[in-house]
Design a protein around this ligand. Structure first.
Ligand code: ATP
Ligand code: NCN
Length: 198
């Protein structure tokens, strides 16, 4: 069986935290590839302010040149609310030879009990969880059937989020090196997240 990681998120915009999370999971669990999958409408969050097409383009810019990282537009193509269970059913139908690992930060691990169809989802994927500043992981608080489906990976804590990038961009503060250079250039060129005049 091939082992593939899925890194799902709004990516509004993608930042170095996402890339470090994906690389830590790839390295520590011997994943052949990680597929970066922007959500269409996130189940538990505000809708992204930027179109799916632009979020996907920034993802493609960020992972360009790394043959182990690929963009995946399956949720943007499907539309609607991006429930992971629907996506995994589709992906497993398309790739019966692949074992999928869904990669998530601690904030999302703590939310797993509220995920759509979690009782079935735990039989379709393993989760790889990483610590994240501000939401420390406490696996003991999770129901046993979820805890059994979570593997832990380690990486240096990185206190960077997409909301931090958007806030800083809107105030004209530097976000250089918080995102890959190509994403930085994309944001400046397209004017997204910038202060809107008037
Ligand atoms: N700095 C980080 N450390 C660990 N995990 C992270 C980090 N940033 C994002 N993640 C994880 O990446 C996934 C996708 O995150 P998402 O695209 O929603 O970015 P975000 O930075 O959390 O966005 P926002 O600030 O808009 O809520 C989630 O599983 C999230 O937990
Ligand atoms: O399926 C669900 O119920 C569900 C609930 C919360 C989050 N997710 C997925 O988890 C990934 C990270 O979510 P977010 O909100 O941090 O962007 C993204 O791919 C979401 O679609 C999925």
């Amino acid at each position: 069986m091939r082992k593939i990681g899925i890194m799902g998120g709004a990516f509004d915009p993608i930042h170095v935290g996402h890339l470090l999370v994906a690389e830590a999971a790839r390295d520590q669990f011997g994943l052949e590839e990680v597929w970066f999958m922007p959500s269409h409408l996130p189940p538990h969050k505000r809708q992204a302010g930027v179109s799916g097409q632009m979020r996907l383009e920034m993802v493609a810019e960020a992972i360009e040149g790394n043959p182990a990282f690929k963009p995946l537009d399956i949720e943007l193509v499907r539309g609607g609310i991006s429930y992971t269970i629907d996506t995994m059913k589709e992906l497993k139908g398309q790739h019966p030879d692949i074992e999928f690992y869904f990669i998530i930060g601690a904030d999302m691990i703590n939310y797993l009990p509220k995920w759509e169809g979690i009782e079935d989802l735990v039989h379709m994927v393993k989760f790889i969880g990483l610590q994240r500043p501000g939401s420390m992981l406490d696996l003991d608080t999770l129901p046993q059937f979820i805890e059994d489906a979570v593997l832990l990976a380690e990486m240096p804590l990185v206190d960077i989020s997409s909301s931090l990038i958007r806030r800083r961009m809107a105030k004209g503060q530097s976000v250089r090196y918080m995102v890959p250079e190509s994403v930085y250039e994309y944001m400046i060129r397209s004017g997204i997240y910038a202060v809107q005049p008037g």
